[in-house]
Design a protein around this ligand. Structure first.
Ligand code: MIC
Ligand code: SF4
Length: 642
């Protein structure tokens, strides 16, 4: 009676049992990295002394930092290309597409485990892969052949019934689920889809849904692998990669939801959170300034074809800047060949390269106080690069119809011809460089001057006595902690430089505070560190001397990243104690060398002369890792012992 999750986990279990809430380790079949997290991951892989990767397949994509306004990003790409050739890693060149879109098209396989240094790796759940996001260091460890540790998740069943109507898309399904579950509703859970409605959705439509499962905080999301999956793989000339997968009829779930596709309406996530969702009818008519179509959520061939159909013979409203980023070279090539691209260009769309682009603030920041509709997955405050902008998340159909009208529009009121599914996809993998193991030894890894050595942390001391340097509220994202955008991203391989931007838009002098106090402690609300997998949100604070974060609760990937870099993640036993600590208070944590799983420790607030009980969700391995000051130190110590 297992679920899909249990079937895949059982097959990949390296340690532990299927008991919910307990730590397990999984064998990882495939890994992926992208350029913004990849440089660190490969520096870490090199530091581990690994020769050739131990996975079935590892890929390095270049899709985030492609705005080359200085030498830094270009140098990173060269480093990634050469380090991939050296270690047996496939390399997808800049321009070949967004990692998740390309991986879905060309590499993801049903039933396999995939670990990616990007939080939207669960996109591959659309094809039935068990795909998880992680920090770069965890991905490096997986490439080195180490199993990946996680907490055995709870399993949520989402039954889809009925069929979408014209103008309503799979984006609206996941926006609806976000409205039901919220951005923390999926933490510690896998979302499994089932029901008759599943059969009406193509693999890329399913992938839009699993992609944005990341915004629920879910460990991953997964669809069955069925005849639709098989047809998709056949059209990608990958029929051999098909294996069926579904949950048993009597599978037992921890939670269940039902969504009726036939009655679903177009939805919109209002600023500044993906779960701030309302029906489009509630905000229809509001003037807008920008529409950006693309990202790993909505840049598939059929997404582009729907957009082209809506734009055909029309022109974007004069007040709207319309940008379109097709998700991959495959998609771009196909729409170029069938004329859809010409319809977009004629409509005044600004065609961008097949990369993340505006989604990560790499250009196209909207005007001051803008209303910007984006088909992306995150509308966190400031992420677009314009702090005053109001960014909303919508489907490609809503974005295209709104771009024409200049106001938020319901695509059900726009007449357009529904495009047809392609009979086959255009296959051309020449922009993916396959490593040659025989040539690996002679490859020279090229490191530009911006690529700096990895900072090394000290072992954890038995007592931490530090000031609270910052107190933040619930749902703080890794974009708050470590902003991205065109100005900051070029320093992803230069921790000293990037650390100066930590909490830039929350507390402008945070880095200085850390320097003045010789490090300190952060106090946070619930779901701390939601969003991106960027380990820089732990690595840079570690570099600034942050020793512990005390929160009401943590997002999964960030919690793991904190441990990886030797920052102690602690939780209030009683959430009300959050109110008993203020910025500037000096906190003492004692006997840290005696931490044991499932226990508590007492924190002394020396300023207020009070005591608080704290818990921690740490396994024996996590505690050992923290004691060494992080994973790299632990691995080095283990290697010395061998
Ligand atoms: C994102 O969408 O925030 C990113 C940029 O893709 C990140 C990774 C990163 O920060 O490099 C993610 O989602 O993990
Ligand atoms: Fe790229 Fe945006 Fe997807 Fe992140 S969410 S991988 S930045 S397209």
């Amino acid at each position: 009676m297992p679920t899909m999750t249990e079937k895949i986990i059982q097959k990949h279990l390296a340690e532990g049992t299927l008991e919910r809430g307990k730590k397990i380790s999984l064998k990882i079949d495939q890994t992926l990295t992208q350029d913004a997290t990849g440089t660190m991951a490969y520096l870490q892989l090199e530091a581990m002394g690994v020769d050739q990767v131990k996975t079935e397949l590892s890929l390095s994509y270049v899709d985030h930092n492609t705005l080359q306004s200085g030498f830094e990003n270009a140098d990173d790409h060269k480093y990634l290309q050469t380090v991939a050739a050296k270690h047996g890693i496939y390399f997808s060149r800049a321009g070949n597409g967004i990692c998740h879109q390309v991986h879905l098209e060309r590499f993801a396989k049903p039933g396999k485990t995939l670990l990616g240094s990007d939080s939207h790796t669960p996109t591959a759940g659309g094809i039935g892969a068990f795909a998880m996001g992680a920090g770069g260091l965890d991905v490096a460890c997986a490439m080195a052949g180490r199993p990946f540790q996680l907490t055995m998740p709870k399993i949520v069943k989402v039954e889809l019934i009925g069929k979408l109507t014209q103008g309503v898309s799979s984006k609206d399904i996941i926006l609806k689920l976000l409205s039901l579950m919220s951005v923390k509703g999926g933490v510690g859970k896998v979302i499994e889809y089932c029901g008759d409605g599943v059969k009406t959705l193509s693999v890329p439509q399913r992938a839009t849904i699993t992609n944005m499962g990341a915004e629920l905080g879910a460990t991953t999301s997964i669809f069955p692998s069925d005849e639709i999956t098989e047809a998709f793989l056949r059209k990608q000339q990958r029929a051999d990669d098909f294996t069926p997968l579904c949950a048993d009829d009597d599978a037992v779930y921890d939670e269940a939801y039902t969504i009726n596709l036939s009655t679903l309406e177009p939805m919109i996530a209002m600023p500044h959170s993906p779960d701030n969702v309302v029906s489009i009818t509630e905000v229809e008519g509001k003037p807008i300034d920008q529409c950006s179509i693309g990202s790993c959520t909505n840049s598939s061939y059929m997404d582009m074809m729907s957009v082209a159909a809506i734009l055909k013979n029309k022109v974007a409203h004069q007040n709207v800047s319309l940008t379109i980023s097709p998700g991959s070279k495959q998609v771009l090539n196909m729409i170029a060949q069938n004329g859809a691209l010409a319809d977009m260009i004629a409509a005044g769309a600004r065609i961008l390269e097949s990369t993340c682009g505006p989604c990560i603030g790499m250009g196209q920041s909207p005007i001051t106080n803008a209303w910007s509709l984006r088909t992306f997955n995150r509308n966190f405050y400031g992420r677009s690069g314009t702090l005053s902008a109001n960014v909303c998340l919508v489907s490609p159909e809503v974005a295209a119809a709104s771009a024409i009208n200049g106001v938020i529009s319901d695509p059900r009121k726009t007449a357009y011809e529904l495009p047809e599914e392609p009979d086959e996809f255009l296959i051309d993998d020449r922009c993916i460089i396959i490593p040659d193991p025989n040539a690996a030894e002679s490859v020279e890894v090229i490191r530009g001057p911006n690529i700096k050595a990895l900072p090394i942390n000290q072992p954890m001391e038995n007592t931490i006595e530090k000031s609270v340097l910052l107190k933040v509220e619930d749902n703080i994202t890794t974009d708050h902690i470590m902003p991205a955008g065109a100005k900051v991203l070029p320093y992803r391989s230069n921790i000293e430089k990037i650390s100066q931007f930590v909490f830039r838009d929350v507390c402008a002098d945070f880095a200085k505070r850390c320097q003045n106090h010789n490090g300190g402690i952060i106090i946070a609300g619930s779901n701390y560190g939601q969003g991106s997998s960027r380990e820089h949100a732990a690595l840079a604070p570690m570099y600034l001397g942050i020793k512990a974060v005390i929160a009401k609760s943590f997002a999964r990937i960030h919690h793991a990243n904190l441990i990886n870099f030797g920052i102690l993640p602690l939780q209030f036993a009683d959430e009300a104690d959050y109110d008993k600590i203020d910025e500037g208070d000096v906190i003492q944590l004692n006997n840290l060398h005696d931490l044991k799983p499932n226990q508590t420790i007492i924190a002394e607030n020396l300023t207020k002369n009070s005591k608080l009980t704290l818990t921690y969700a740490l396994s024996e391995l996590d505690i050992r890792t923290l004691a060494y000051g992080g994973t790299l130190n632990l691995i080095k110590a283990e290697n010395q012992v061998k």
